[in-house]
Design a protein around this ligand. Structure first.
Ligand code: COA
Length: 260
């Protein structure tokens, strides 16, 4: 699709989705939010896809935020709808039944950090800067930034990043728990794709069980979440992959997981 704001490519069972608006540092306008939502729906529905990597066309930015030019003229009602549009897409990413890794190759600011935070894992180049600079525009984060940052990094960090609006470097972001792993820019793609390939070879229904437990557990009491974990634990015993995994261990060989 010549006008698509995304590039989509499959590397075996790993789908690579790239936000591609390099002249706007991959800023998220409404069309890009919708394209991402559709791309994640498609990745969820496609059984040949077992893991997803999300990035932006480099080298400067992962995603430099929501599209400020598009936002500048919105009415309050349109702004609420734009926020909801982004939030729905990001919730769709967060609730994906297969793992999603954000490969952060440059600025992840505002909506860019929000997009990275709804992914399940984040790997960043050591040169990147991440932050919630909306305050500098007289705005607040609107794609879940105040809430996901609170849950990922805690109250002190979310208040520091959102109130001061200053981006932090990759090392500090890792220290705050926002980024899982920091590597050199030269190693970023290979490291990320290797992790994605490892996840793509894992038992898909067990991966899904873990993702469901974390998503559901984040919303309810420990008692309810532990109940839910036990139910999911029982459910994986219905899979061929669980038999294969345990048998392969006992036979001292590598398991071959098939997704059923
Ligand atoms: N929305 C819309 N356009 C954006 C954008 C955004 N969030 N971020 C960058 N762009 C555009 C710029 O307007 C510029 O377009 P132009 O060439 O048509 O003028 C282009 O991308 C390149 O950006 P530029 O600012 O010239 O690059 P830089 O290297 O000088 O600065 C940043 C890079 C990331 C520091 C700077 O672009 C920036 O601060 N962006 C906004 C970050 C932000 O506030 N995000 C939260 C939004 S709610």
């Amino acid at each position: 699709m010549p006008d698509s704001p995304l590039l989509i490519a499959d590397h075996d069972a790993v789908r690579l989705i790239t936000v591609h608006r390099p002249d706007k540092l991959n800023a998220l306008n409404a069309a890009t939010l919708d394209a991402l939502h559709a791309a994640f729906d498609a990745a969820a529905a496609d059984d040949s896809v077992r893991a997803v990597v999300l990035t932006g066309t480099g080298p400067k930015a992962f995603v430099a935020g929501a599209d400020i030019a598009e936002m500048a003229g919105l009415t309050p009602v349109q702004a609420r709808d734009f926020s909801l549009r982004g939030q729905r897409m990001m919730r769709r990413v967060e609730k994906m039944p297969k793992p999603v890794i954000a490969m952060i190759n440059g600025f992840a600011l505002g909506g860019g950090l929000e997009l990275a935070m709804c992914c399940h894992l984040r790997i960043a180049a050591d040169s990147v800067k991440v932050g919630q600079p909306e305050i500098n525009l007289g705005l607040i984060p609107g794609f879940g930034g105040t809430q996901r940052l609170l849950r990922l990094a805690g109250r002190a960090a979310v208040l520091e990043l959102c109130l001061a609006g200053a981006p932090v470097d990759a090392a500090r972001a890792q220290q705050l728990g926002i980024i899982n792993r920091v590597v050199s820019a030269a190693e970023l793609e290979a490291e990320t794709m290797a992790l994605a390939a490892q996840l793509a070879a894992a038992a898909p229904l067990a991966l899904r069980g873990i993702l469901d437990c974390v998503n559901v557990g984040a919303e309810c009491s420990l008692e309810e979440a532990l109940e839910y974990e036990s139910a999911q634990f029982g459910l994986v015993f219905s899979t061929d992959d669980m038999r294969e995994g345990t048998r392969a261990f006992l036979e001292r060989r590598k398991p071959a997981f098939r997704g059923h």
